[in-house]
Design a protein around this ligand. Structure first.
Ligand code: 6PG
Length: 469
């Protein structure tokens, strides 16, 4: 059966197995490769028909079974493993073959690999894949970056397997080099922000409103039928309904409050700092995972410091304010992520189309949300839109919800309930929409102690003052 399979995939873990079965479901023949014989056997068995889905532990058999130009996707852990797999494939490949890294690789690693493989005549794609195991099986959102010419070979397969939003595939060629990995990294930064926001609103509803898990389930489910409709709000509502099968009560109450992270949110934050683009809601979402990890210290500190007993509130009012504040802060999070993409596009020469990115996030990925249809329209209406907040179509959405954010942030501050994502979203909004900020004073201080100079509002030029005289 040499030379006949349309698509190859290395790494038959849960994501890889699901992705390859999805490829086969869509009429393409697919061949898998993994060092683990059990995973190979499991795929062959699940595939049912080896002429459609087959697999091997042998790299040379795997490569030889693929039609040229070979399209080989890697779904292996990001980092060294990607380089090891590339090296193992290389001796068997021909010029013009295509390797696609579908993991969450750091974008500079993708640039390095692309340059290295280009010298050998091999095309390399960094393609972010979002949607978890279920998405891989039923339709993920795919974010490919690399050679535009080589994309034509990958396009039919990616368009077939991707999620569809009203019939439109949630995949598009995003740009050269590491554009795909970069976009996926920022997707994950936004994911961190949205998750932080949904969790702090849960805290507020529980501590201030006394909502039970059943009420939380109903509240998030109702929100998911409205403008907050999104994958994360939907799964949050389902999480509150989950009973604990190892004991009494609900599972959510038994889960340790220490959130882990694999690094993509932190990379988003770090790179935003390098670019000089503010993404405070994403930054604080990363910091909150770090604070959450300090469980033992938090328990000690909790005993040392008292905290006010939350003032009672009218439940319905709190729920209604929370819906508005969540919507407001979701907008701020997407605005920050899109702003970072716009700037990164210039800095790294990605030529990103932000409307196209929002479009392929409308289904399949973790941050999919009804709001993304509006974001798509805003960026399609103005291809040079610097920030979502400058889109006329978002002004009324923000104006209608910002006061709820103000009320809840002030309630949280008075009553000792941490709402860092929400307050950062609000501060971001207030600062970004301030024509005049007090940073003139910082310039004066810098010039005072370090002769760092300043500019003036009323005259061109660079000025310095001998302040102490
Ligand atoms: C996706 C997700 C996925 C990511 C997890 C875990 O789009 O399907 O972003 O790629 O690996 O969300 O990320 P953390 O472990 O960093 O929370």
């Amino acid at each position: 059966m040499a030379d006949t399979y349309d698509f190859g995939l290395v790494g038959l873990g849960v994501m890889g197995r699901n992705f390859i079965l999805n490829v086969a479901d869509n009429g393409f023949t697919a061949y898998g490769n993994d060092l683990d014989q059990e995973k190979v056997n499991a795929l062959i068995e699940e595939g049912g028909d080896p002429s459609k889905v087959n697999a091997t532990t042998e790299v040379s058999d795997f490569v030889n079974a693929l039609s040229t130009p070979r399209k080989i996707m890697l779904l292996v852990p990001a980092g060294k493993v990607v380089d090891i797999v590339i090296e193992s494939l290389l001796p068997h490949l021909d010029k013009g073959d295509i390797i696609i890294d579908g993991g969450n690789s750091f974008f500079t690693d993708t640039d390095r690999r692309e340059g290295y493989l280009q010298e050998k005549g091999i095309n390399f794609f960094g393609a972010g894949v979002s949607g978890g195991a279920k998405g891989a099986r039923k339709g993920p959102s795919i974010m490919p970056g690399g050679s535009r010419e080589a994309y034509q070979y990958v396009k039919p397969i990616f368009e077939a397997v991707s999620a569809k939003y009203k019939g439109e595939p949630c995949v598009a060629y995003l740009g050269p080099k590491s554009a795909g990995n970069y976009v996926k990294m920022v997707h994950n930064g936004i994911e961190y922000g949205l998750m932080q926001l949904t969790s702090e609103i849960y805290d507020l509803l529980k501590k201030a409103g006394g909502l039970t898990n059943e009420e939380l389930h109903q509240t998030y489910a109702a929100w998911n039928s409205g403008r907050l409709q999104s994958f994360l709000v939907e799964i949050t509502s389902e999480i509150f309904a989950q009973k604990d099968d190892l004991g009494d009560g609900h599972l959510v109450d038994k889960i340790l409050d220490k959130a882990k992270q694999k690094g993509t949110g932190k990379w988003t934050s770090q790179n935003a700092m390098d670019l000089g683009i503010p993404v405070p809601t994403i930054d604080i979402a990363v910091s909150m995972r770090e604070i959450s990890a300090l469980k033992a210290e938090r328990i000690k500190a909790d005993e040392l410091y008292g905290r006010p007993k939350p003032e009672s509130v009218v439940k319905d009012t709190l729920v209604s304010l929370s819906e508005k504040a969540l919507y407001f802060s979701f907008i701020m999070t997407y605005a920050q992520g899109m702003h970072q993409l716009a700037d990164a596009s210039k800095e790294y020469g990605y030529e990103l189309q932000l409307g196209e990115i929002a479009k392929i996030w409308r289904a399949g990925c973790i941050i999919r949300a009804a709001l993304l249809a509006d974001i798509t329209e805003a960026f399609q209406a103005d291809g040079n839109l610097q920030n979502l907040l400058l889109s006329p179509s978002f002004v009324s959405k923000v104006q209608e919800t910002v006061s709820a954010a103000r009320e809840l942030v002030s309630y949280g501050a008075t009553n000792g309930i941490p709402l860092p994502g929400l307050s950062n979203a609000l501060t971001y909004f207030d600062a970004y929409t301030s024509g005049r900020l007090p940073l003139n004073l910082i310039q004066a201080q810098r010039d005072y102690f370090g002769s760092h100079t300043y500019e003036r509002l009323d005259q061109e030029g660079i000025f310095h003052t001998e302040w102490e005289d």
